[in-house]
Design a protein around this ligand. Structure first.
Ligand code: ATP
Ligand code: MG
Length: 275
């Protein structure tokens, strides 16, 4: 049991994100290893404080083998917020893709299943993750993929703020979030947006680069927004299996009402390993 931050000894810096730094730490008493995410909070920005409090609240309630476990949350005297998390030895899918470039379908299928089970759990708790992307999918020593980072998640639905919009990575955002008026995102519940993001991530795993813009294109906001909302046909390589193609098409259905749901996709041959 970790009672205070002084129980933990910093071993290494694992990574940096928008809001802070992640360390590998060890419990001095038990010598178990954890990841410690330190969120630098500007005490003058109430929105960020609110968001961090949300993150802490969500993390404490979440308990699933498909979601990175948070064991404790601490405030520091400097006003930072510290999350003690289960350590995921192999880092993120983002790190993995930088080394391996692309992945075989059998691996992508396991990622799909793990993330869908994580989403099934979160959505069942009325939690929209809102920021599914390679750096938020972590891999442990057994090769299991789990969902992490609720920095832009929110409890309940319909409480979208401008802050959440600009902080989430737009590259993995669904059409209804990118251009909410035209795509009627105002009525979208947000759950379908997580499925879209999963589709982008899986296609990226297969082709080895961000899949919604051509390789040479400058990925600025305008180019991205156009390809997400108006990109005409989805290019899934001919070399992909029919199961993978059909799975990704269901995730990347532009109209969120028509998009595959988490339960539908869990039963899909690609994710249920029945192909
Ligand atoms: P953003 O701030 O937009 O979420 P990010 O996901 O890269 O960006 P963090 O969530 O702070 O930022 O994580 C930074 C990196 O630290 C991750 O990409 C991952 O490589 C590593 N990391 C985070 N949590 C853990 C963990 N529990 N175990 C192992 N590595 C982790
Ligand atoms: Mg993250």
């Amino acid at each position: 049991d970790i009672e205070s931050l002084s129980d933990l000894e910093k071993l290494d810096v694992i990574g940096h994100g928008n809001g802070g730094t992640v360390y590998k730490v060890r419990n001095r008493k038990s010598s178990s290893v954890f990841a410690l995410k330190v969120l630098r909070l500007d005490p003058n920005v109430a929105v960020i404080r609110h968001q961090a409090a949300c993150e802490a609240e969500i993390l404490k309630r979440v308990d699933s083998q498909f979601v990175v476990k948070c064991l404790a949350v601490f405030d520091t005297i400097e006003g930072d917020l510290c999350f003690v998390m289960e350590h995921m030895e192999r880092g993120s899918l983002y790190d993995e893709l930088r080394v391996r470039v692309n992945l075989p379908e059998c691996v992508i299928s396991r990622i799909a299943e793990g993330v869908l089970r994580g989403l099934q759990y979160l959505h069942g708790m009325q939690i929209v993750h809102g920021d599914i992307k390679p750096s938020n999918l972590l891999i442990n020593g057994k090769g299991e993929v789990k969902i992490a980072d609720f920095g832009v998640s929110k409890i309940g639905v319909g409480t979208r703020s401008a802050c959440i919009m600009c902080m989430g990575t737009c590259a993995y955002m669904s059409p209804e979030r990118v251009d909410s008026e035209r795509w009627n995102g105002g009525n979208a519940d947000g759950f379908a947006g997580d499925v879209w993001s999963l589709g982008v991530v899986l296609l990226e795993c297969f082709v080895g680069h961000y899949p919604l813009v051509s390789l040479g294109e400058t990925p600025d906001w305008a180019v991205l927004m156009c390809s997400i909302c108006f990109g005409e046909r989805l290019e899934i390589p001919e070399t992909a299996s029919p199961e993978f193609r059909s799975f990704v098409r269901r995730c990347l259905e532009k109209d969120w009402r028509q998009r595959g749901t988490v339960n539908e996709l869990l039963a899909h041959p690609f994710a249920s390993r029945s192909f």
